[in-house]
Ligand binder design. Structure first.
Ligand code: NAD
Length: 484
């Protein structure tokens, strides 16, 4: 199949926090892959900016090491790396002071797209926004990319939106949620809105319920300080999982364009019912003896931060009024696996009799560890001996049909960064969306702190607290077995 990579000719991309963990693990290796794919034109440039004192030459070696470590090498990479590094510069700069800003201003060119990736803690967003203006670095059509966490409740998200709005138009602000950059998440939209087959069935009449699971095996690791202030609700549910829920539940937008898509997502959030207390389960993993590696003590009695949350959500609109959405996410669970399962209703009558068993169609959108989409269909078990039914998965990823080149999907970050350069906000969250999402989870978090009830303990390597199983069982349903 012919490659459809369209080069983006000229841009200056500044990565504030260019020496940080995110830049090293995701942004820089992702950019290398785009370079290698031929997507960076001759005039593309990447400028790392951070507090560390460093020359550009040393930063290039830092970038080389990051690419070596986090980009699984493929044949031909060595030939590309020097070309990539030739586009890299570095500026020592202080977001909170005046050091380095004139050096950055001197490096930037006038006639190219300017993008500024704020890969620093959110406390610095306001400083960066302000200095980009006072030093006249922000051009009228420049873009800024901001990382999560975007606030820790509606009030702080609103304050952050206001701060950014003092210096930038909404059309210049790219709030990143890397889940939206996943190939399969976009494929979900293609499958929903590019086919006649699914949309007529995509409602309460045919869909029994929907499960969204993001299960991790790891604990909080080195992010303990941040995680203890966030917890699973703020770290995962308010952003990534709610975004997935929106894409599954939204009405078809009139076109695949930024505000058309984001308007529909916002309508879903606004149609979510407040969550009843009995519809949420909050858990915390019990220690395994290696807690020292977690820095903070999630998992011991000093912390009341949840590392697991499960809930039943309801969307009060015509399409979904009778279809519950079950969401669960947690750390130190048995498997690492993330998926969305659309569980269709039973056929109204089985002509094959009771012995043929219980069968349901399930559309599974797998996000981790391997991306893919499967439709479970019921067929006759081959062979003689009567009509025995069996469920088999139809693989809808079509990697083979599309060829190996197409199956080498870009990582979410690389796709999203290129969207920033192209000026396409469709896969980025709008300010009102983020605030509305906080507006939905804030009362749940507030109730936890009012009651002071600690999270329920669960064993490392389990599927979470038993109460999370009960959340489904009491509705006559069960969580799907999650297998990596
Ligand atoms: P980090 O602590 O590893 O890096 C922070 C970077 O900011 C460093 O380059 C540091 O030099 C720079 N910096 C700090 N203070 C500065 C100042 N005053 N002036 C200029 N530069 C300064 O952080 P990180 O893990 O790379 O995270 C960056 C952002 O991305 C955070 O908002 C984080 O929440 C978010 N994020 C990170 C991850 C991840 O996997 N690391 C995932 C999702 C979101």
């Amino acid at each position: 199949m012919v490659s459809r990579v369209i080069p983006v000719e000229s841009f200056d991309l500044v990565i504030f926090g260019g020496t940080g963990d995110l830049a090293r693990r995701k942004i820089l290796p992702g950019l290398f892959r785009r370079y290698r794919a031929g997507q960076m034109g001759a005039e593309a440039r990447i400028i790392g900016a951070a507090r560390s004192e460093m020359e550009s030459a040393a930063y290039r070696e830092f970038v080389r090491a990051a690419v070596d470590e986090f980009h699984p090498a493929t044949a031909g990479d060595a030939a590309h790396i020097d070309g990539f590094l030739a586009r890299i510069e570095y500026v020592t700069l202080d977001a909170r002071g005046e050091t380095g800003w004139s050096d950055l201003a001197a490096l930037l060119r006038d006639d190219v797209v300017r993008a500024f990736y704020f890969s620093v803690g959110p406390a610095l967003f306001g400083d960066l926004a302000e200095r980009l203006h006072t030093h006249q670095i922000a051009s009228p059509d420049c873009r800024i990319v901001v990382e999560k966490p975007f606030g820790r409740d509606m009030q702080t998200a609103r304050a952050l939106n206001r701060t950014l709005a003092q210096h930038f138009e909404e059309t210049q602000i790219y709030r990143i949620d890397h889940y939206l950059g996943k190939e399969t998440v976009q494929n979900l939209m293609a499958i929903r809105f590019g086919n006649m087959l699914f949309e007529p069935l995509w409602n309460s009449q045919y869909v029994d319920h929907i499960q969204i699971t993001v299960a991790e095996q790891v604990g909080v690791g080195g992010r303990g300080d941040y995680y203890d202030r966030a917890g699973a609700m703020r770290d995962m549910l308010q952003n990534h999982m709610m975004q997935l829920l929106c894409l599954i539940a939204m009405e078809p937008p009139a076109k695949f364009a930024p505000d058309a898509v984001r308007d529909e997502k916002l309508k879903v959030i606004r149609a979510l019912d407040p969550v009843a207390r009995e519809d949420v389960v909050r858990g915390q993993y019990e220690g395994t003896g290696d807690k020292n590696s977690d820095r903070i003590e999630v998992g011991n009695r000093d912390s009341t931060t949840e590392s697991f949350v499960a809930m039943r959500a309801r969307i009060s609109n015509w399409r979904w009024a009778a279809t519950p959405f079950y969401l669960r996410t947690g750390k130190r669970l048995r498997d690492r696996a993330s998926e969305i399962a659309v569980v269709f209703k039973d056929a109204p009558h089985s002509i094959f009799g009771a012995k043929s068993g219980h069968h349901r169609n399930i559309l599974t959108i797998k996000l981790q560890p391997n991306e893919g989409i499967e439709l479970g269909v019921t067929i006759k078990e081959p062979g003689p001996g009567g009509m025995r039914l069996v469920d088999v998965p139809l693989d809808m990823t079509f990697a083979e049909a599309l060829g190996p080149e197409e199956a080498d999907f870009p990582d979410a970050y690389e796709r999203l960064i290129m969207d920033v350069i192209r000026g396409n906000q469709t896969l980025f969250m709008r300010g009102d969306e983020v605030e509305a999402a906080w507006g939905w989870v804030d009362p749940i978090i507030a109730e936890w702190s009012e009651t002071g009830e600690p999270p329920l303990p669960y064993a490392t390597g389990s599927s979470g607290p038993d109460d999370a199983l009960m959340l489904m069982h009491r509705d006559g349903r069960r969580w799907r077995e999650i297998r990596a």
